[in-house]
Design a protein. Structure first.
Length: 89
């Protein structure tokens, strides 16, 4: 079994640059993960994992020029699952 936690204390996207990050809002700061391996016999291995990127966000400050609308506020959260199989000859 495996487990992990990742924390980034600094927001990767400055509030003034949120408009440029709308398509790729990399604003996640905290991740947790779980995983494990199962060996049914000496030649086979099955791996599995789950990662959760906890909801993160940043509110824009002067990110869109005046006269073109409000602010670009970004939010993101993710779930990821993985399964792998290995057979040794």
């Amino acid at each position: 079994m495996r487990a992990g936690f990742s924390a980034n204390n600094q927001q990767p996207v400055p509030a003034t640059q949120t408009f440029f990050n709308i398509l790729a809002p990399g604003v996640i700061r905290y991740h947790v993960s779980l995983g494990g391996s199962w060996l049914p016999d000496a030649k086979d291995e099955i791996d599995f994992d789950y990662q959760r990127a906890l909801r993160g966000g940043v509110n824009g400050v002067n990110s869109i020029p005046p006269g073109f609308g409000g602010e670009a506020n970004l939010y993101l959260e993710e779930n990821s699952f993985g399964v792998g199989y290995t057979h040794t000859l």
